[in-house]
Write a protein that binds this ligand. Structure first.
Ligand code: PMP
Length: 370
């Protein structure tokens, strides 16, 4: 294998329920998984129905250009269809961006504690990852990222910015993002990763598409995996001006998004009631979890996403230890040692009863530790 590929640390996902049940001798139906920032409502009914219809035609290839889905996206987002790239999950968009603009000898810049796929996409193309120190609250430090871009000079090809970021849940103010976009040299592409955009509170929302219209070096990336409940189908999209979109489309696999995913996404994207319900469940679950963390004196980071990062101890085994104790009680959450946060755990926000099961297990573990 190539040296730069051998150097890649593989992505570690949330552990599947069946695997945890087997390993710890638990009843699958009692396991609660709050580990992958999935939608606790599952997939929308509307999408399920659309998929069943599309399932009759699986002998054919999917529409390689995603005409129908792009039409719906284009109308709602207010950009022409040739500004849109469909991806096999938004991870696909992140990877396409790296492949389109960077290669060996180039540099790709992002914050420490940013999403795990940024270093993967960077290393896969042989580029060098420049990790920028975060703010005090583990958020992206945009002025420091800008300084790193300038210091990198001609080598800088791409910047990944997540808002909100996973796993920290940190949120960037629109004025700060806009100032950043205005200051980044035009030869550097900026991916604004908005996988959790739909969870932003009304007062946090902003119009990123307006920036795409102003900045030809920007790619906006969105996902159907979170608020739209379609994680298992793998579908996301990128929005960028036509020249950049054209590059992404040249290198994507011709049929990167399958027919079921396209059909489901068309329905989910227009299912405003599902989105609203998910938002409300998430908001209530956030309060439910953070109230208990306050009560227990556990530090946590304010989150703008559908998950919360909580500090479960002061030593570098604390996250792994608590994770194991939770697994034994049938609760799957996400350790984030691979993100450089070994004292923390990331808890995806679930339904009220799922959050309660996690809270009971947590209280139980903490009381036996005393
Ligand atoms: N960006 C961020 C910040 C994420 O947390 C995730 C999912 N973990 C993704 C992108 C990718 O999601 P997907 O490929 O399922 O759209």
């Amino acid at each position: 294998g190539l040296k730069h590929i051998q150097a890649i640390a593989p992505y570690v996902g949330g552990r599947p329920i069946s695997e945890v049940a087997r390993e710890y001798g638990l009843d699958e139906s009692k396991i609660v998984k709050l580990a992958s920032n999935e939608n606790p409502l599952g997939m929308p009914k509307s999408a399920q129905e659309a998929m069943l219809k599309a399932a009759s035609d699986l002998g054919r290839y999917p529409d390689s250009n995603g005409f129908e889905l792009k039409k719906v996206l284009s109308e709602r987002l207010g950009v022409p269809a040739d500004w849109i790239t469909l991806g096999n999950g938004s991870n696909d968009i992140l990877e396409l961006a790296a492949r389109a603009v960077a290669q060996s000898g180039d540099e790709i810049i992002f914050s420490r504690h940013a999403f795990a796929v940024y270093p993967l996409a960077t290393q896969a193309v042989g580029a060098k990852a420049i990790e920028v120190a975060p703010t005090d609250m583990f958020g992206h430090d945009l002025p420091a990222i800008l300084a790193a871009v300038k210091a990198s000079g001609d080598k800088a090809k791409l910047v990944f910015v997540a808002n909100p970021n996973n796993p920290t849940g940190s949120y960037l103010k629109p004025d700060d993002i806009e100032a950043f976009l205005s200051a980044v040299p035009s030869h550097v592409v900026v991916v604004l990763d908005e996988a959790y955009n739909e969870y932003l509170a009304p007062e946090q929302r902003y119009d990123a598409v307006a920036w795409v219209k102003r900045f030809p070096n920007m790619i906006l990336s969105r996902s159907f995996s979170k608020a739209y409940g379609l994680a298992g189908l793998r579908i996301g999209y990128g929005v960028a001006q036509p020249a950049l979109t054209d590059l992404l489309n040249r290198i994507r696999q011709p049929f990167n998004v399958n027919s079921l995913a396209q059909a489901a996404a068309i329905a989910a994207f227009q299912d405003d009631a599902f989105l609203q319900q998910g938002y409300e469940v998430n908001h209530a679950g956030y309060l439910q979890l953070t109230t208990v963390f306050d009560d227990l004196g556990l530090p946590y980071l304010p989150s703008a996403g559908n998950f919360v990062l909580v500090k479960v101890g002061g030593d570098d085994d604390a996250g792994a230890r608590m994770n194991l104790a939770l697994l034994k009680r049938g609760i799957i959450v996400r350790p984030v040692g691979n993100y450089g946060l070994p004292q923390w755990l990331r808890i995806s926000i679930g339904l009220a009863q799922e959050n309660a099961a996690f809270i009971n297990a947590l209280r139980d573990i903490l009381s036996t530790q005393k």
